[in-house]
Design a protein around this ligand. Structure first.
Ligand code: SF4
Length: 66
């Protein structure tokens, strides 16, 4: 799992689980930019907005790590 820090939490990313639904990209495009490397930009949204969007990932590829 790769992790991306945001304040006291981290966004966890497990690429092998991603089903490419693009929910994250459509829901929070400032943070989730699949053409970038790295592709997650936690600085571009509030912690709560990120938590809410991660909760909508249908595959479990995105998680919040405390
Ligand atoms: S919402 Fe989850 S499954 Fe969909 S593209 Fe993003 S990481 Fe992958």
């Amino acid at each position: 799992m790769k992790t991306y820090p945001k304040e006291e939490i981290k966004i966890g990313w497990q690429p092998e689980k991603c089903t490419h639904s693009a929910n994250c990209v459509k829901g929070l495009s400032a943070v989730f930019k699949p053409k970038d490397q790295p592709w997650i930009h936690p600085e571009n949204a509030s912690k709560q907005a990120i938590i809410d969007q991660v909760a909508k990932c249908p595959s479990g590829a995105l998680t919040i790590v405390q």
